[in-house]
Design a binder for this molecule. Structure first.
Ligand SMILES: [Zn+2]
Length: 392
């Protein structure tokens, strides 16, 4: 049986070690991997370090650091655990891993930069435990969600499930625009509201429900009609927009404003037994006008008030919107950028279609010059000269 000392010597002979001075030269280029226990990490760590305790290394490192060719500097408190960790990572196929001699203690003693990392509270650790168990989310991802701001257009059929799941997932700021009051006929699908809230403003009802679900969430309410006069101010500062509106002028208005502000829009729509979801990521994929250059004639585009909608359907589409929103916020997987997901409830089928950017798009094309203004029934973007003519 080898002794611990022999095991360490063996590990050290298989890895490369650097001292803190050399490690510091790769700050900003290499990934610094902190393999200490959570209580050590919380006392202070290298700026931007990825924290993964030694005990979880084998099972989580490939999820946290998927690129095995990227340079990694592993450190612990004194350089022993990091030597073993570097050896293990080499065995797992990581090609550029070094262990920092003397660890965090020597780094700190030598006066090099460190900080107390932001961490979740014990209550948050418990609430978001199922997220923390996913290496692709983890504490870093959860903190990012808590810092995120998502704006929901509408607290209705799509906005209800989207808001509930975003709040439950810990999206820290949720804005909701809606100028309606709760009506009994809403309750067939708008699960944010209930019978006691009939007659109440939807934004207030939504805020009560979301705050009761998750007190971590700040809910900003806008009991206004979204228009050319306020859209840029309202969407400013949000990371993402979840569009659950049911009319064409608002969709075009939001599209153009979101392009100007470069805010991605998770679009959802429902009609009778069918629904669609896609993500408009400004200039990285098509926009709403690339997909639907002009609105259909009013007689071919009845709203769900006129056409009816199966009650569960918005639950499915709105939940997909919430999922796409979280993927966009965390940079997870393949969001529906340039793809339209179409759901048919009667067939119980999902189909995905490719959507290309339109090089001649009047909103996101190279010659586009958007001026935000109220749209008529044609919803065409306003060109600067038109806007001037109107102003005069
Ligand atoms: Zn476009």
């Amino acid at each position: 049986m080898p002794t611990a000392r022999e095991l360490l010597a063996e590990a050290k002979s298989a890895i490369r070690e650097v001292d803190p001075a050399e490690a510091e030269t790769s700050l900003g280029q290499a990934i610094f991997l902190d393999v200490r226990e959570p209580d050590e990490y919380e006392q202070g760590a290298l700026p931007g370090a990825v924290h993964l305790p030694r005990g979880h290394l084998e099972f989580q490192v490939e999820g946290r650091l998927p690129d095995k060719t990227k340079p990694v500097v592993v450190y612990c408190a004194g350089g022993v655990r990091s030597a073993f960790a570097a050896k293990t990572m080499g065995d797992l196929g990581y090609t550029d891993v070094v262990s920092m001699v003397g660890g965090f203690n020597r780094w700190k003693d030598e006066g090099r930069p460190w900080a107390s990392p932001r961490t979740l509270t014990p209550e948050q650790r418990n609430r978001y435990q199922r997220h923390l168990l996913l290496p692709e989310v983890g504490e870093e991802g959860q903190l990012r969600l808590l810092d995120s701001k998502v704006l929901l257009l509408g607290a209705g059929g799509l906005g209800s499930p989207a808001a509930l799941y975003l709040a439950a997932a810990g999206v820290g700021t949720i804005g909701i625009i809606d100028m309606d009051v709760v009506d009994e006929s809403n309750l067939q699908r708008q699960v944010l509201h209930n019978i006691e809230r009939v007659g109440e403003r939807k934004v207030d009802s939504a805020k009560k429900t979301l705050t009761a679900l998750n007190p971590d969430v700040t809910v900003a309410t806008y009991d206004v009609r979204l228009g050319a006069d306020n859209v840029l101010d309202i969407i400013d500062g949000y990371d993402l927009i979840v569009d659950g509106t049911d009319n064409f002028p608002t969709r075009y208005l939001v599209n153009d404003a979101a392009l100007l502000k470069r805010i991605p829009v998770v679009h959802g729509s429902i009609f009778r037994f069918e629904g669609q979801v896609t993500v408009f990521d400004p200039y990285n994929g098509p926009c709403y006008r690339c997909l639907i250059p002009e609105p259909p004639p009013a007689e071919l585009a009845p709203s769900c008030a006129e056409a009816g909608v199966l009650g569960v359907l918005p639950g499915i589409i709105g939940s997909l919107q919430a999922l796409e929103a979280i993927k966009m916020l965390l940079g997870l997987g393949d969001p529906l950028v340039g793809r339209l997901l179409a759901y048919d409830a009667l067939e119980e089928s999902f189909r995905t279609f490719k959507v290309q950017r339109d090089p001649a798009c009047p909103a996101c094309g190279p010659d586009a010059e958007i001026v935000i203004a109220e749209y008529d029934e044609l919803c065409m973007p306003h060109r600067p000269h038109l806007a001037h003519a109107e102003a005069g």
